[in-house]
Design a protein around this ligand. Structure first.
Ligand SMILES: CC(C)=CCC/C(C)=C(\C)COP(=O)(O)OP(=O)(O)O
Ligand SMILES: [Mg+2]
Length: 439
């Protein structure tokens, strides 16, 4: 059967962002009828995509520090040890209760993180991510961005490199068993940022028409099931701009490695994220500053949540759907997501003040709504963050005690590791973030 003539896929992105990858569009049009819908893989043990042939393929199989088997320690015999978490090099972030222990000693000077923490911010110091792993993940993610999804034009390269996504993801997933597992998180992180930058913010994004763009991009994660007549146009649209190409490809890799329920969990978290983007956009369109609690509600959705909640897939195990869905776990995940996202508000504060328009973040909203000076609003935001972190740790500890299943404990440690790695990346990414002069 010959493919019918298809109109060129439409993108509502600005010209610079949408024209890039035009060659991919052409080949997509040719193959539109053959596109396989991304759905859950076959039941059974999740398997990763075949690793690319690479001179560093040995590294891909290299076990990372602290990769305990999901079912290893018996809860009755080892509950206390599980709660303490692993103690080897590079495992500080995997502990559930670092608050009750002395802070990990600072890394040796050679590996010391750049940047300084926000003064007074409650956080846990983690070692600098393994430079060999960072290099390999960075190499592979750039190859994916350029060769597989045509993510950015040449003049965005410095920003792509400055984002240091390899260092970010290696730092956030210390229990990933292989580089292939790390790549699952790294591709998704890049894709999520492409959507945020190109649809919502820095790279030509706008609140106008955002709902349409997000919904159509969401079908790269949650496929459209429609009739023969309309399916090719949809399939082709997934190649129409960089955000959709990135979502489609990153999700395809993820779905191959994840169980059906892990993939569905991720889709749900991404729908939450898109809803948060829309509320933020609505306020931007109306030039409205919400109440502080309303802002915090928006930021619970426009949130890093989809990143820590894939910790089990990236760790090569699965937290059962019912254990993930239980109220206690949902509370822990929400608190972790909120604390990590307020970390972003604090570290990106000066970047956002310098950006065009009136960018909302917690200090800006508190200053405006509560009539505080910029400095006092910033300091109050630190307190909000610290309360969220303490709540996260208290709720995680309570859940670990109430639900001593090894998978639950490992997942909680994975989320805690993500929280710590996220802070470390924000603190040390001096290319992207600069602290305000309040001290
Ligand atoms: C990676 C991911 C799921 C991001 C979703 C939400 C998001 C972009 C953030 C929580 C970061 O916030 P922000 O847009 O303010 O980022 P920068 O301050 O520009 O780094
Ligand atoms: Mg920010």
């Amino acid at each position: 059967m010959t493919a019918p003539e298809l109109p060129p896929p439409r993108s509502s992105l600005p010209e610079a962002a949408s024209r890039f990858g035009a060659h991919l569009l052409a080949s997509a049009a040719a193959h539109a009828l053959d596109v396989e819908v991304v759905t859950g893989g076959p039941p059974g043990t999740p398997s990763l995509p075949a690793p690319p042939v690479t001179s560093a393929s040995a590294l891909a199989a290299r076990p990372l520090p602290a990769a305990p088997a999901a079912g290893a320690p018996a809860p009755s015999a080892g509950l206390e040890r599980l709660l303490r978490g692993p103690s080897g090099l590079g495992t500080a972030g995997l502990r559930l209760f670092p608050r009750d222990e002395p802070q990990a000693p600072p890394s040796p000077p050679a590996a010391a993180a750049e940047g300084r923490p926000v003064p007074g911010l409650y956080h846990h110091t983690v070692p600098e991510p393994d430079p060999g792993l960072v290099e390999e993940v960075s190499r592979r993610i750039k190859a994916w961005a350029l060769d597989e999804v045509s993510l950015y034009p040449e003049d965005w390269e410095e920003q792509f490199d400055g984002f240091s996504v390899g260092r970010y993801m290696v730092g956030c997933h210390p229990d990933a068993p292989t580089v292939d597992h790390l790549m699952l998180a790294t591709r998704l992180m890049v894709a999520e940022n492409a959507v945020d930058d190109c649809y919502c913010e820095d790279h030509g994004g706008s609140p106008v028409g955002l709902g349409e763009r997000l919904l159509l991009a969401h079908t790269a994660l949650d496929p459209l099931y429609t009739t023969e007549e309309y399916r090719p146009q949809w399939a082709e649209s997934l190649h129409a701009d960089a955000p959709r190409r990135a979502y489609r490809s990153a999700m395809e890799y993820f779905v191959r490695a994840a169980s059906a329920s892990q993939a569905d969990r991720f889709r749900h978290d991404m729908a939450r994220l898109h809803m948060g983007y829309l509320a933020e956009a609505a306020w931007a369109q109306l030039d409205h500053v919400p109440e502080v609690w309303e802002y915090l509600a928006m930021r619970q959705f426009n949130n890093f949540r989809p990143c820590p909640t894939i910790t089990d897939t990236v760790g090569g195990y699965e937290l059962a759907a019912d254990l993930h869905a239980q109220a206690g776990m949902q509370k822990v995940i929400a608190l972790a997501g909120n604390a990590t996202t307020i970390v972003n508000d604090l570290y990106s504060y000066t970047k956002e003040l310098d950006a065009p328009g009136h960018h909302l973040n917690l200090p800006v909203v508190i200053a405006e709504r509560e009539g505080l000076s910029e400095r006092d609003a910033y300091l109050k935001s630190i307190e909000v963050h610290n309360d969220l972190m303490h709540d996260f740790e208290r709720e995680a500890a309570a859940l670990a005690e109430a639900c001593p299943a090894p998978g639950v404990h490992r997942f909680l440690r994975g989320v805690a590791a993500w929280v710590d790695g996220n802070h470390h990346w924000h603190q040390s990414n001096t290319y992207r973030y600069t602290l305000p002069d309040f001290w």
